[in-house]
Design a protein around this ligand. Sequence first.
Ligand code: PEP
Ligand code: MG
Length: 497
Amino acid sequence: MNSTKVQVLSEGIAIGNLRKLIFSVPNQSKLVPNQEKEKLQQAIEKSIKEIEELKTLDKENEEYLAMQVLLLSDPVLLEKTNREIENGVSAIEGITFVLGEYMNSLLDATSDYLKERVLDLSDIKARILSNLSGSHIEQFTKPCILFAEELHPSFLIQNRKKLLGVITKKGGYSSHSAILCRQFHIPYVLMNEDISESLVIIDSRKQQVIFNPNQQEIEHYTYLLEELSKETYFAVPHNNFQFLANVSENLEIKNVNQYGFDGIGLYRTEMIFMHNDRPLTLEEQCEIYSEAVEMMQNKKICFRTFDIGDDKQLPYLKVHQKGVENYIHNPILFKTQIEALLKANHYNTVQILFPMIYNVSEFELLKKWVLQIQKEIKNTSFVQFGIMLETKEALEQIETFTDVDFISIGTNDLVVDIYHIHRDVQTEAVNEYLKDLLLQLKRVVDFCKQHQITLSVCGELAAIDSALREFIKIGIQNFSVAPPAIKVLNHVYKEFF
Ligand code: PEP
Ligand code: MG
């Protein structure tokens, strides 16, 4: 017997050499201030050394570079950042904050000379950050099938182009890694056996993994793989319904357009932050969001502000409770993201979606904050504001959210919060809670109708046909799913209309 049964988390066929990997995810709660201070000191010293070397090669800019050394050697810079670190942030977040303050005060200056010094500071910032980062994530160099205990989203994102398929021991359908694999068309299965590194085949249709396949099997699956790559989908005509896509990076938007989606219902922006282990600059974010907006043209694109926590971690971000607490404790990251989103809103198609909202005051605070930023940067674009409905508390108080433009039901977190069912097993356990969930969501449907608030479901249940049917029956008409799940929307829609 050279095959074993597996549980499918993302469909498809893969043929490739197996690579075993053991890795751990950086844990923000384990930040040690003294280690962070040490890292900072070393990064500053390394930056000074690099600039000194540059000075000898670049005589033309000697004076400018000497000024950078002076700035970097300033003990006040070190002191201020160390104080931030003592307050519990990482070296990266601390230096970003302190240099950000310097830059803001220069921008307020009346002299043009001082204003131009902002560029010097941003140069310095980029150098220290790159010296502070040092990639902690192993990169694959050759295409392979990964075999690991579990899969972390940041690893997947950074290696996705080399991953033909994934096999892990732990995981589940609604985990972020499984969600991403479905979005990226990477076959992903769960298997509870140990295997050695060899050629393997993943076949989701037969729910199996084949080890050391023979020549005939290799030829058969190579042919199937080729046929599968030709497969394409297109949305069936759908009146009064919105077929929306969940995405995590711009590369996926090509499929979103090709498959005929009406817009993007959930752009998980935190995933684009995972390509780097330093914060993305305003310019970098502007470029990404602008490109996404341009690709979607006049269609709506709903960007969720970064939603870090649980299985989604960033090495430089001190994680508080997901949602508003994260933004209050990382104000520069939030402000930079909002500024970039507003600047990218070329066609007034951008929607801003706040995750993990517990009560209406949190929504009001964040909306007010965004409007304040908009005023500061003199941006006049039109934006709609919405919330993810994914906490029990928000659901209980749904009638207070009269001021939102739209609500997106995040079943993945909502089911955890109400029924304490882990996201990994929510699809298998759907019959245990669906009936009760529908009763509660009917109230949301009625409330949204009454106040003309657009309502959609963007959690994984929207792509599970048995749940999707029930959502349609209680009056929900907008669904946001991973692009390949257009197949599910199509066939369930056709059953009704
Ligand atoms: C959800 O919770 O249902 C959701 C869509 O958000 P995420 O899966 O990113 O937590
Ligand atoms: Mg969620």
